[in-house]
Structure formats: structure tokens, C-alpha cells
Design a protein around this ligand. Structure first.
Ligand SMILES: C[S@@+](CC[C@H](N)C(=O)[O-])C[C@H]1O[C@@H](n2cnc3c(N)ncnc32)[C@H](O)[C@@H]1O
Length: 209
């Protein structure tokens, strides 16, 4: 697994931790300009820690779905060329705007990821990656609807949350259904459960078909 340029393991209090270089966004430790990317608060961070090959590289163009207050999106914006960060809840927007004010590469969008037509006039086509972490029902459909922004050799890097689909069904069955749906538009390259750091979440790396 290769980390994107601009992402590295650095020493913090004697321990090697994932980190990016940028302005702190959520009270994380900073040493020599590098700030800890807390994998306990970030599914993408947990994917890197698990050694998953996400296909992300430095200077990527990224569409980030489910940005919340920008914890993970701020780290991606530290190494990417541009990050279009979509979040539909107004509450975390203040924090996301603060993270964006410190980074020219972070473009916050108050939109619903199920309705890509509402931001298609802002987001460029041919992007290198769609990173998805939306706590909503129909996560496979969200990925399919946003496939239009990806380059042919781009990557979907998604964290699927079982409980957002159905709290009563077994997560494995939910993931099986979601992957079958995803395969209508993507070739699935890798999957990995993110337990115990992120319970009942499945990491998925895929490319458009
Ligand atoms: C688990 S949080 C994201 C955390 C964030 N990715 C991070 O690592 O910093 C999931 C987010 O998805 C957002 N969300 C859920 N449905 C959405 C939708 N249809 N469009 C945009 N955002 C959505 C929620 O408001 C919530 O902020």
C-alpha cells in the first residue's frame, strides 16, 4: 500500500501516527506542521491504517460526500488538488466553513448527495476520486448517482454504514445487497470491515465500469 504524497506516518509522543501537513481543524496534536489524522474519528484514516490501497494520490481532484464538520475532508484537502465537500446538514457547516477558510483546496457545498444535479454546475467532471461517508439509506444509490463525476480510471472510496440502511438486519447481509447494487456501475476492487474502530462499517474501493 502506498500512501498519497502528503500523507505520512510521523512520531507523536513516541508513537507513529498517520498525519498530514496543514492547519489544525479539530484540536488534534500538531508537531512540526504535521497534524495527527485521527483514524478513530475518520473512516478514510482507518482505511489507510488498515493498509487498504485506496488509489488516492497527492494532487487528486476529489468529490467528498458526507463531509460533516470537515474532520476527514480537511485532511484530504491537505494533500489533494481540490476537494468538493458535500454535506446536507446545516449544523456542521460552521466548522466546515472554518476548515475551508484555512484551505484554498476545500470547497464546501451545502447540498444533498442524493441529488448531484444540484451541484453539477460547480463540481468538475473527470475527478480522480469520490470519497463517500454519508449516513443515509441508499448508500449504493448515492455512489451510483455520483459516478458521473469520476474519470474512467477514477476511484470510489466508500465507507458503508450498515445501520443507516437497516438497524434490524445483519450487517453482512446489508453489505452483500449494497455491493450487488454497486456492481451495476462499478467494479469492486477491495472490501474490508472497519470493526472495531468503526463498528458495522464496510470499506469499499471500486472503479467505474
Ligand atoms: C459519519 S458523518 C461523516 C463524517 C465525515 N465524513 C468525517 O469523517 O469527518 C455522515 C454525514 O453524512 C451526512 N449526510 C447524510 N445524508 C446525506 C446526504 N444525503 N447528503 C449529504 N450529506 C449527508 C450527515 O449529515 C453526516 O454529517
Amino acid at each position: 500500500m502506498t500512501l498519497p504524497e502528503g500523507v505520512a506516518y510521523r512520531e507523536f509522543d513516541g508513537a507513529e501516527r498517520l498525519a498530514t501537513r496543514g492547519t489544525p481543524a479539530y484540536g488534534e496534536p500538531v508537531v512540526d506542521g504535521w497534524r495527527v489524522w485521527d483514524a478513530g474519528r475518520s473512516k478514510l484514516g482507518a482505511m489507510f491504517d488498515a493498509g487498504i490501497d485506496t488509489g488516492l494520490s497527492g494532487s487528486d481532484g476529489v468529490l467528498y460526500l458526507g463531509a460533516a464538520n470537515g474532520t476527514t475532508a480537511s485532511h484530504v484537502a491537505d494533500f489533494a488538488r481540490v476537494v468538493y465537500a458535500v454535506e446536507f446538514a446545516a449544523r456542521p457547516m460552521d466548522d466546515l466553513l472554518d476548515a475551508a477558510a484555512a484551505r484554498e483546496t476545500l470547497v464546501p457545498l451545502l447540498n444533498d448527495a442524493r441529488q448531484p444535479d444540484t451541484y453539477a454546475h460547480v463540481v468538475e467532471n473527470g475527478l480522480d476520486a469520490v470519497v463517500q461517508d454519508v449516513a443515509t439509506r441508499g448508500q449504493a444509490q448515492v455512489a451510483l448517482a455520483n459516478r458521473q463525476f469520476l474519470a474512467d480510471d477514477g476511484r470510489l472510496v466508500a465507507a458503508l454504514k450498515a445501520r443507516s440502511e437497516d438497524v434490524t438486519r445483519e450487517p453482512g447481509a446489508i453489505f452483500g445487497d449494497a455491493l450487488a447494487e454497486l456492481r451495476e456501475g462499478y467494479e469492486v476492487l477491495d472490501t474490508r470491515r472497519l470493526d472495531p474502530r468503526h463498528d458495522d462499517h464496510l470499506a469499499v474501493v471500486a472503479r467505474p465500469r
